[in-house]
Design a binder for this molecule. Sequence first.
Ligand code: P6P
Length: 338
Amino acid sequence: SHKLALDRDCMTLSRHVLKQFQDFSPEAQDLSALMSRIALAAKLIARRLTRAGLMDDALGFTGQTNVQGEAVKKMDVYANQVFISVFEQSGLVCRLASEEMEKPYHIPENCPIGRYTLLYDPIDGSSNLDVNINVGSIFAIRRQSDPDIDETGQDLLQSGRGQIAAGYVLYGPSTMLIYSIGTGVHAFTLDPTLGEFVLSNENIRVPEHGPIYSVNEGNFWQWDESIRDYIRYVHRHEGYTARYGGALVGDFHRILFQGGVFLYPGTVKKPEGKLRLLYESAPLAFLIEQAGGRASNGTQDILDVVPDQVHARTPLIIGSTEDVALVESFIRERQREQ
Ligand code: P6P
């Protein structure tokens, strides 16, 4: 039967990556192996999340604060360590840069120049953890092109155009892994009975326009007037609906599939906004452009922004081309008046 054939021939992640290449070049093999390691990390984190409420030391805070000054959750530490352990054994990655670590973690024994760096946010949306609402992991892979002289990752201060792969894991009712290596955006769903991520959506295209706007309106009076103008517009016009889950990965995933726009603008106190460039906004910007959408900081494409430090923040407007352009038009309108 068709179902039987599908099971037998299910498209796994590593096979799908190889299929993107015409040849079996060293880079194809590398990327296929890298994505398999991401999948292993995702399965280890998904497993702990599923049982967190039944374990003594899985949820809650560690009592530490991270380089961001944010209270660290036990799951943040666990997930960060999972990525290090999984890639330490991979022989592919020589450095990991994470939201949870001040400086990148170096794996000295396999660190010839030209190897790969993994940039990641191990658990994004950790404020959802203790209430069993979806969280995610975000990742990007770059080739290490220059020596990291003082091991602070200064060579990573480049635009997002240098990413060779990017994606995220959504730990939701099902665990999904979405990735791109520059040949479109593809989604895989974890089949727990197989322990494999199986292709569920190939060549995802974000609609040119969508009904959803996703933003934390609690910050309304902290934004620039131009953003308030945009919100007044969508409040007044038919056909818009608000959806905000408090976790970037889930909010982005909804926009990728249904269209619309997610915004985390700067505020008067934090003009750079809250979201990080290198391991949150740039990977998602890579994906949205591959899916036919756009990502902007309000005046510039996210993928063209060059950070001044590894943990640089950026305002983020991301989603359907028409909706991102509409937000930018309100920003330009106000700039003309100044
Ligand atoms: P706020 C989660 O803490 C996070 O980093 C993103 O996942 C999310 O989009 C954002 O912060 C939510 O921030 O200020 O709306 O609670």
